[in-house]
Structures are given as structure tokens and as C-alpha cells.
Design a binder for this molecule. Structure first.
Ligand code: NAI
Ligand code: MG
Length: 360
């Protein structure tokens, strides 16, 4: 659906975002050179606390118009709580993008990385995706509080699940499962306790599965599913969940691989009507900013996800292979400090770039 040259808005944001995004850009360009496609990059300084200090707002007034022209947004991290409160910086940028651009899929990989030890003794090979519904479900503003300050004080918050909302996230998850060798989809439910919305979710899963006869579907209640994530993480392929369940699973999944700090996340509008956003999971790390010591791998994972989304799966795989190769050989002068080495952000980036461009 997307065609080269791919139009990409580059938004570094704050803190180490400004250090890891340039490494990400270099790797995108290396992939473009190797695989013969083009990336048309435009850099933006908004969605940052610097911009906020100059303009008293996080984004220019015409941001929707400006960003809609792009195929994808390559994002670093936003936030610098000493200068601007987080609710202003995050709600005034990232969270607006998610809503305005109807990025109804949140996608995260859980993948073991060679040379990065995880918390489990014998986890096997972990390689699966978590697909989280990103717009409705348990996260709504429907509800309220009454009898303030009295004995009867009461709060209510509603869960909203629409057929359209469930079906479109399931369709994305089934398509993804269909495209993978294992073709296996796991649905997170809790229909034994949440007796209206979750049985409805299960019913939509059953309905959707009729359209995907090759995809093997299994369904687990969220509590035992969390246990399985820890006990047999290598048995999953694609896992789909509501906004809340997906939120929990998308931290737990990467955490069992030990690589949560290296993880990336995609906020995706699969229709292509609006641009999708790809970013590392970590924040702007003000404590280490400006020292060229941040680990750029999360940003590179984000680049890999973006290339897969744009229709360059080989280049996307290549980034992962290069990361595995460099981290796997474990040379201190190619690893940043958080990985036990002495390399700078740029040196680790150089090593990955060499790996990608090396003759096979
Ligand atoms: P953080 O992820 O920025 O940092 C947590 C710890 O991990 C820090 O000690 C940091 O030095 C370390 N760290 C993070 N990324 C690293 C990397 N690539 N290499 C080496 N070490 C790394 O989370 P924190 O400190 O809670 O938040 C800092 C700011 O980032 C806040 O303003 C927060 O709101 C924002 N934030 C933004 C996100 C986004 O843009 N999506 C996500 C999470 C936090
Ligand atoms: Mg979370």
C-alpha cells in the first residue's frame, strides 16, 4: 500500500530522543541503500519541551495537516519533568497523535535477544507479538463520582467495547498471525468474571476466526495467561487483548525476555488513512541525556517495525539480525554501558550499520 519513496516525519523529542533518533535514521538509510528503496525524511523540532518553552505549546496549530502528509512518524521520546510537567508534554503530543490519527493498534514485540540475559532460567526461544486495542475498552472517560466527601461517596467507570472496535483489532491480529509460520493467535479474555464485555469479545473472536481457517486460535483468561507468559513464553506467536489486558501483557512479554529496555512499540493505523507512529518503549532518560551513552537499540527496533509496516519485511528482519549479531558477540567496545560495555551511542550504531552493510 505504501510506495517508495516513503515519506517519514522524524520527531526526536526530548533528552536521549535527540541522540538515539539520529542513529535510527542512519540505519534506515543503510537499509534503503541495501534494499534499493528510498526514504524521504523531514525533521521536526515540535513535540519537545524546547519547543514548549519557545511557543507555550507542544505542537504548532497546523500539526494535523503537517503530519497527515507522511506515511509514518519516527518518534524518539518526549518529556523533561524538571522543565514541563509530564501531563502537559505527553498529553500535548503523543497522546494527541494516537487519537487524531486513530492509531487503534498498539503493537509490541516480545523477543529474546542473544547476549541479553532474561530473568528466566530456561525460557527457550521467545519470539511473539502483542497486539493491544488502543482506543476503547477499559480506558474511557465515561463515568463519574457522586456523593463527594460523604459516607456514600461512589465512583463508576464504564468499559466500552464496540463491534467495530473489536473487529478491527482482531482483523489486524489475525492478519499478522496468518502472515507468520506458526499461524497461532492467543486471545486474552476474562469472560468468567467480566460477564458482559468479555463474552462479547470472545464471540467476536469466534466469528472472526471463521474468516481465517488456517489460523489456530486459543483463548485464555488473563490471570492464567500471565502465568503462561512466565512459564512457557516460547509457546506464543501473536497475542491479542483489550486495551487494559494488552497494556499489562505488553510490559510483561518483553520483561520475560529481559529486553524491555530494548523494546519498541508501534501505534498503528492499519488503514493507512493516517500515519502510524513508531517509537522505543523507553522515555527521554533526562538522567543520562547529552552524554552519548544511551542505548539506541529500542530506536532501531522501532525502525524495524516501521519498515515492516511500510512493506519492507526483509530490511526489517535485517535490522533484527544485525542487532542479534552485534549483541550476541558481546564485544565491550560495541556495547553501551547498560549492556556491560563501554561503547557510546554512536559506536553501537556504527557496529550495527557495518553489520547491515557487510557483504553476506
Ligand atoms: P525513562 O525510560 O526515560 O528512564 C528510566 C531509566 O532507564 C533511567 O535511569 C534511564 O537512564 C534508563 N534508560 C532509559 N532509556 C535508556 C536507553 N536507551 N539507554 C540507557 N538507559 C536508558 O523513564 P523515566 O525516567 O520514568 O521518564 C523520563 C521522561 O520520559 C519523563 O518525562 C517521562 O514522562 C518520559 N517518558 C516518555 C515516553 C515516551 O515518549 N513514549 C515513555 C516513557 C517515559
Ligand atoms: Mg504500560
Amino acid at each position: 500500500r505504501f510506495k517508495s519513496p516513503y515519506k517519514i516525519a522524524v520527531i526526536p523529542g526530548d533528552g536521549i530522543g535527540k541522540e538515539v533518533v539520529p542513529v535510527g535514521v542512519r540505519i534506515l538509510q543503510a537499509c534503503a541503500k541495501k534494499y534499493g528503496f528510498e526514504v524521504q525524511l523531514e525533521h521536526f523540532d515540535f513535540a519537545s519541551c524546547d519547543y514548549y518553552e519557545r511557543h507555550a505549546k507542544m505542537l504548532p496549530d497546523d500539526w494535523v495537516e503537517v503530519l497527515s502528509r507522511f506515511d509514518a512518524l519516527f518518534f524518539g521520546a518526549v518529556g523533561d519533568p524538571k522543565r514541563v510537567p509530564d501531563h502537559i508534554s505527553l498529553w500535548g503530543s503523543l497522546l494527541l497523535f494516537r487519537r487524531q490519527f486513530d492509531q487503534y493498534v498498539n503493537l509490541r514485540p516480545a523477543r529474546s535477544v542473544a547476549g541479553v540475559p532474561g530473568p528466566l532460567r530456561n525460557p527457550g526461544k521467545i519470539d511473539f507479538w502483542i497486539v493491544r486495542e488502543n482506543t476503547e475498552g477499559e480506558y474511557t472517560e465515561l463515568g463519574g463520582k457522586i456523593f463527594h466527601g460523604t459516607q456514600r461517596e461512589m465512583v463508576v467507570q464504564e468499559t466500552v467495547m464496540t463491534r467495530v472496535g473489536i473487529d478491527r483489532i482482531l482483523e489486524y491480529a489475525f492478519d499478522l498471525a496468518q502472515s507468520r509460520p506458526a499461524k497461532q493467535l492467543t486471545s486474552a479474555t476474562k469472560s468468567n468474571g467480566i460477564s458482559i464485555t468479555m463474552p462479547y469479545w470472545d464471540q467476536r473472536v469466534a466469528e472472526m476466526s471463521k474468516r481465517y481457517p488456517d489460523v489456530k486460535v486459543e483463548s485464555y483468561h488473563i490471570d492464567i495467561l500471565c502465568a503462561h507468559f512466565v512459564q512457557k513464553p516460547s509457546s506464543f506467536d501473536v497475542v491479542v487483548g483489550s486495551n487494559l489486558f494488552g497494556d499489562i501483557l505488553s510490559d510483561l512479554g518483553p520483561a520475560v525476555t529481559g529486553s524491555l529496555g530494548l523494546a519498541a512499540s508501534g501505534n498503528i493505523n492499519p488503514t493507512g488513512k493516517w500515519p502510524s507512529l513508531f517509537e522505543p518503549v523507553h522515555g527521554s532518560a533526562p538522567d543520562i541525556m547529552g552524554q552519548n551513552i544511551a542505548n539506541p537499540i529500542g530506536q532501531l527496533e522501532a525502525g524495524s517495525m516501521m519498515l515492516r509496516h511500510l512493506g519492507q519485511p526483509q530490511a526489517a528482519d535485517d535490522i533484527i539480525l544485525a542487532v542479534n549479531a552485534v549483541l550476541g558477540r558481546g564485544k565491550p567496545d560495541e556495547l553501551t554501558r547498560d549492556l556491560g560495555g563501554q561503547a557510546s551511542t554512536t559506536q553501537l550504531g556504527d557496529a550495527i550499520e557495518r553489520e547491515i552493510l557487510a557483504p553476506a
